[in-house]
Design a protein around this ligand. Structure first.
Ligand code: GCU
Length: 590
């Protein structure tokens, strides 16, 4: 029953929201950015009337007035969170109405789509006064076909955006990062031919170095349509034919330069039909597990990772620009990483694409974080929808090697059942990557920690978040821990660390929590533990930089920041940074 309900809900949702690739500016396609300054109305009590606001109602006569009017209203930048754009919105959780006009020149034989890269957290979209639909979830894209609602000349686009935390949201009411609200990623008006390439998936088959698999999906369910797939640099040209669903299978072998952190090779891939062309930069690599090892292109790889939130600490705001992505990823490369954990949600597409170009493997996850009601079918359909939207967006990004389903969810029969089903569904959508999920519930026995979470059966890679020396004492002295597992699978320590206020110094013993020296020693103790964990395939310190969180209000050291960063909120290196950097240099040489 539960599963049926989920699929029915998700099915309806995905029917409304299609994905149209317009990453290629070609003659067949065009796209217009709708970024910039949007007029806004802060709806402090959430009482705005959608019918009036969506059509930007004007006063009937000079003795009339409209209270919720955009005329002469203030503006906010799109993309961008509202919290960091205005002091009075720093903690704002509620509704803000956004409005802008745009011009449309009709083109025969074209369809028009509005693409939203991310709106935090839920929104309703109105075009020329009529509701197009709504979306829930801050971190995945959605698209509306507006071919029938767009009109020649001026069009009025209004969004109702709300970021209130709710029990039935994902994440739910309590989470350890800032609840940024707003149109935090770009909006694009895309025009594509009536008959167009709707979606495609091209990757190496899991465990193979030369078998290329995938498919191309047209928007029309027409069979016997010819599609050409070309990889010019490799002198590859394949003629594909669609089935009765408008889908053509890709299945051929080729010896290509494989993508890896040391050689992040991407190929220009052209896909075209009689009236449409899409171009993408695609890498080919194989990722698989063999016993307790992770194999990249058949060779064991150790994941030298770092976690980070989608936030620029110096601006105390959500990251959204190319420059933001560059800075975070440069920091990761400087630390010596070949792997990043995009915590705790799908980060921007430009961050994912840039990381891939820079040779960083990625863990990407949906924000199923700690307290989620696994018995609530509505919540489960939202989680499934976020999983589908994440995989749909990034399935062609070879840099992503792990999809993760959840973070620190408490073991229960219902949670195990739901996440096992989601692992199964993720593999149906994409059989080329590894599936994981970060645990933090373990049994201790003296200095032994046992991984026995039953969900592990459904995962390819085990992942453990453990803060020994910070939230709990070391069970038998610093670094004196032996990890045990009931499963013959690789382990990633997906979180560890301690808080330190940059510039706060003292002796490295428990008397001086919050000092750089305490954090530094804790990192050394963790590295001692890593060196005694034979089935360890990677580590991911928590976290790259101090980040904002309303959960962290300790007056002397936190003031609304989680201080577990290896970098301060200004980007300065703490002493622990150098410990991790040295460890990664040594691992790189092994
Ligand atoms: C948890 C959680 C993080 C959180 C961290 C912390 O493991 O996954 O989101 O920020 O611990 O307590 O700092």
């Amino acid at each position: 029953m539960l599963k049926k309900l989920i699929y029915r809900t998700v099915g309806i949702l995905s029917a409304i929201i299609v994905t149209v690739h317009t990453n290629a500016q070609t003659a067949a396609r065009s796209s217009q950015s709708l970024d910039g300054k949007w007029q806004i109305l802060v709806d402090w009590y959430g009482i705005g009337n959608a019918d009036d606001i969506a059509r930007n109602k004007q006063p009937a006569g000079k003795n009339e007035f409209v209270e919720f009017s955009f005329d002469n209203s203030q503006t906010l930048d799109v993309p961008g969170d509202w919290n960091s754009q205005r002091n009075d919105l720093k903690y704002y959780e509620g509704t803000i109405w956004y409005k802008r006009n745009f011009d449309h020149q009709p083109e025969t034989g074209k369809r028009s789509y509005l693409q939203f890269a991310g709106v935090s957290y839920r929104c309703e979209v109105y075009l020329n006064g009529s509701k197009l639909g709504e979306h829930e979830g801050s971190f995945t894209p959605f698209t509306f076909d507006i071919t029938k609602s767009i009109k020649p000349g001026k069009n009025l686009l209004v969004l109702k955006v709300n970021n209130e935390r709710r029990e039935d949201a994902i994440p739910a009411r309590k989470f350890d990062w800032w609840n940024y609200g707003g149109i935090t990623r770009s909006i694009t008006l895309a025009k594509v031919p009536d008959q167009h390439i709707l979606d495609y998936f091209i990757q190496l088959k899991k465990g193979s170095l030369y078998e290329i698999r995938g498919w191309v999906q047209l928007n029309a369910k027409q069979q016997q349509q010819t599609i050409t797939l070309e990889i010019p640099e490799a002198h590859i040209k394949k003629i594909l034919t669609t089935d009765s669903n408008g889908r053509a299978q890709i299945n051929f072998s080729a010896k290509l330069k494989l993508w890896s952190p040391g050689q992040p090779k991407l190929y220009t891939v052209n896909i075209y039909t009689a009236n449409d062309t899409v171009t993408d930069q695609i890498g080919f690599r194989s990722i698989e597990v063999k016993g307790t090892q992770i194999l990249l292109n058949k060779k064991p790889v150790f994941l030298r990772g770092i976690s980070f939130h989608e936030e620029i600490p110096q601006r105390a705001g959500r990251a959204y620009s190319e420059a933001d992505s560059h800075m975070m990823l440069f920091w990761a490369k400087e630390l010596g990483c070949n792997f990043i954990r995009l915590a705790h949600y799908p980060q921007s597409e430009q961050t994912v694409k840039l990381a891939e170009q820079m040779g960083l493997m990625m863990w990407e996850e949906i924000p199923v974080w700690q307290g989620i009601q696994f018995t609530n079918p509505q919540i489960l359909s939202k989680a499934n929808n976020m999983l589908q939207e994440m995989i749909k967006r990034d399935k062609n990004r070879c840099g992503i090697v792990i999809w993760s389903l959840s973070n620190e969810t408490a073991p229960s029969p219902q949670r195990n059942k739901v996440l096992a089903q989601m692992a199964h569904d993720a593999r149906l959508l994409d059989s080329s990557r590894l599936i994981s999920s970060a645990f933090d519930h373990f049994k201790y026995d003296g200095n032994q920690i046992l991984i026995d979470d039953p969900l592990s059966e459904s995962l390819d890679v085990l992942a453990a978040n453990k803060y020994m020396g910070w939230y709990a004492k070391w069970p038998a002295g610093p670094g004196n821990v032996i990890w045990k597992s009931n499963f013959n699978k690789p382990l990633i320590i997906s979180e560890f660390g301690a808080e330190a206020l940059y510039g706060n110094h003292g002796p490295a013993d428990t008397a001086s929590l919050w000092t750089e020296e305490y954090q530094e020693q804790l990192y050394k103790d963790n590295i001692n533990m890593f060196n005694k964990t034979p089935f360890l395939a990677g580590v991911c310190p928590w976290i790259l930089a101090d980040f904002r969180s309303p959960s962290r209000m300790q007056a002397q050291f936190q003031q609304g920041w989680n201080r577990k960063g290896l970098l301060s909120d200004k980007g300065f290196k703490k002493k622990a940074w150098y410990v991790m950097h040295k460890y990664y240099l040594q691992k790189q040489k092994q």
